[in-house]
Design a protein around this ligand. Structure first.
Ligand code: FAD
Length: 567
């Protein structure tokens, strides 16, 4: 038997440090090792993903490729432009592969995809090795220790992981990498079955990428935004393992910050620099190992002693939340991302009243809104023209930068759902899915459920005001002045409520509060608020109470069949 011929399949683990899967590949002492990334049509064309996230991915790929080449000048990250399900069976044969190695990914789509690829490998006689490395603890072990149930609270996550022992220590990056083998691609190539202009708003129709499996120059080069059909990115945040490690070094250097970090005390209004680590996009693409992050922090906490913060508010607590959502998603499966069919997600009749009058079929109570109105509110939310400057500043920051602070995300998610618009959390999650650099399916859906009080959290009466919450952090409205330049010269007294500013103050600030923000806005104007927040909060609270009293969940027959209206 000859020495192993190994494909190392990079996906959301774009790093060399602390990679148990890469170590397993190298432990095989392969004759050849191909570091490969496959251009998956699911992400390229079907998933919602805006320009900024793609740019971050390309940064991570380029940085990884350079690091690979430093370890072996003959090697790099080889990008193949075809879906892994159809590509690998052909590679197995053409490249005479003996092993396929990758990091485990428990995301819903990833699991389906890996199952297909693993079966193809089996029939080709190729051995598959996959190792956990994306989370602090192996997500499947967590679920097993939790009797197969999803972890719907930090307590349940911690009680499951208590049986598993401490988080494993990170392992060092390799010092050298084997040569890649020959890479013939003279086989039939699949073209994607969908057009690239679906979903993401920022997508142009300029798709040139899928013509040649090895890229336009036949050299397996990393994609460009143009090939992917995107215009230039706007985010100032750059990706890559080298950057991630440097950024982590910067955090750890400040021992007091690291050891005493308490999330609720960090400001959502602080920018350049922000008040939290901004390491989430690196974790999403695996450019930073979560165990590396955890242990670097934990070691500081241990040496700091008295006065150090503890989970859930501490920095390690934040990472534990991430594991909690991963394990909840993996146990629930595809229904985790929606209400219908999800036994753990409370049913709220969003957009509509929770009670209908038996005779007229019309809403009782004053919280009725028709769905046309809700759609307008949704569009104004999405474009950052609600007329509430705090909300609009956050949405515009998200659109431009692809990242906002956790409590900013709280504000937006509460406002769209139970604390203002009464619009379905799934629609908000879709907006975040497109715009976030760190979009993590499990964390995004899970946090939207938390904020909409449909799962994980139930204190629906605790609501964020789009006025006083921002004021608490940022009296002068600096975040608003940065992202809503129409208001930059407005007196701080009115910056959160510009509709209250007398005409003279508006004139002085060079702005007029008028219009709905959707129709062609006149220069120098800022829209009126789209509703009276106090009224909407009361309406939402009443509707939430009714929905909680009714107590339906996504798996209830009435929800699945859509007959809940008969209640
Ligand atoms: P830090 O405060 O520095 O925390 C360190 C790390 O802990 C983060 O990088 C992140 O990986 C993890 N973390 C922190 N808070 C959470 C949390 N609540 N849930 C899960 N992990 C957490 N986070 C994502 O990674 N991807 C998402 O798609 C995502 N969507 C969200 C949607 C909503 C509606 C809300 C309210 C939160 C969402 N979060 C998401 C969680 C959180 O807002 C971000 O992880 C955090 O703001 C990232 O910034 P940071 O790296 O500076 O975090």
């Amino acid at each position: 038997m000859g020495k192993p011929r190994v494909i190392y399949w990079f996906r959301t683990d774009l790093r060399l440090h602390d990679s148990p899967a890469l170590k397993a590949a190298l432990d095989l002492e392969p004759a050849v090792l191909w570091p490969v990334f496959t251009w998956d049509p699911h992400y390229v064309y079907r998933a919602r993903g805006g320009t900024n996230r793609w740019q971050f991915l390309l940064d991570c790929q380029n940085d990884l490729s350079e690091s690979i080449t430093k370890l072996n000048p003959k090697s790099k990250l080889f990008v193949l432009r075809e879906g892994p399900q159809t590509l690998f069976p052909k590679l197995f044969e053409a490249w005479k592969v003996t092993h396929l190695v990758f990091e485990k990914d428990t995301d819903v789509y990833a699991r389906e995809r890996d199952q297909v690829v693993t079966e193809a490998a089996k029939s080709a006689g190729v051995k598959v090795i996959s190792c956990s490395g994306r989370t602090l603890w192996d997500t499947e072990d967590v679920i097993a220790k939790h009797d197969g149930k999803p972890t719907m609270s930090m307590t349940s996550l911690l009680s499951a992981t208590k049986k598993m022992g401490d988080v494993a220590r990170p392992i060092p990056a390799p010092k050298h990498l084997p040569d890649p083998g020959e890479m013939p691609v003279d086989f039939d190539q699949e073209q994607p079955d969908v057009k690239p202009d679906v979903n993401a708003e920022s997508r142009t129709k300029n798709d040139t990428g899928y013509r040649n499996i090895a890229g336009p120059n036949g050299d397996f080069a990393i994609e460009t935004l143009e090939e992917l059909g995107f215009a230039a990115a706007t985010t100032p945040h750059k990706g890559g393992e080298s950057r991630a490690l440097k950024q982590l070094d910067g955090v750890i250097k400040d021992k007091k910050y690291t050891a005493t970090f308490e999330k609720p005390k960090t400001s959502p209004a602080q920018f350049e620099p922000q008040s939290t680590t901004l390491l989430s996009p690196f974790l999403h693409f695996g450019a930073l190992s979560v165990r590396e992050f955890y242990w670097r922090v934990q070691d500081v906490v241990t040496s700091y002693g008295k006065g150090a913060s503890t989970p859930p508010a501490s920095l390690t607590g934040q990472l534990i939340f991430r594991d909690m959502y991963f394990a909840a998603q993996a146990a629930i499966g595809a229904n985790f991302h929606q209400t219908v069919g999800n036994a753990y997600c409370r049913f709220i009749p969003w957009h509509l009243p929770s009670k209908l009058d038996a005779d007229t079929g019309l809403a009782t109570g004053d919280y009725h809104i028709d769905s046309k109105q809700a759609e307008t509110w949704f569009q104004r939310f999405k474009q950052g023209v609600t007329g509430f400057p705090w909300i609009d500043a956050l949405m515009r920051q998200l659109r431009h930068d692809g990242w906002i602070h956790h409590l900013g995300r709280h504000s937006l998610a509460c406002f769209l759902t139970r604390g203002g618009c009464y619009i379905d959390w799934e629609r908000g999650a879709e907006v975040f899915e497109e715009l976030l650099l760190d979009h993590e399916p499990a964390c995004n859906a899970g946090n939207w459920q938390w904020l909409s009080c449909t799962a994980f959290f139930s204190q629906y009466y605790r609501c964020y005001s789009p006025v006083s919450f921002g004021q608490k952090w940022d009296k002068n409205g600096n975040l608003i002045r940065r992202w809503v330049p129409e208001l930059k010269d407005l007196n701080a007294k009115y910056i959160y409520e510009p509709w209250k500013a007398p005409i003279q103050d508006q004139k002085k600030a060079g702005v007029r509060v008028t219009g709905d923000g959707l129709s062609e806005a006149e220069k120098g104007t800022y829209p009126k608020p789209m509703f009276d927040f106090g009224e909407r909060r009361n309406a939402c609270l009443a509707a939430m109470k009714t929905a909680y009293d009714v107590g339906l969940h996504g798996h209830d027959e009435k929800v699945i069949r859509g007959t809940w209206r008969e209640l």
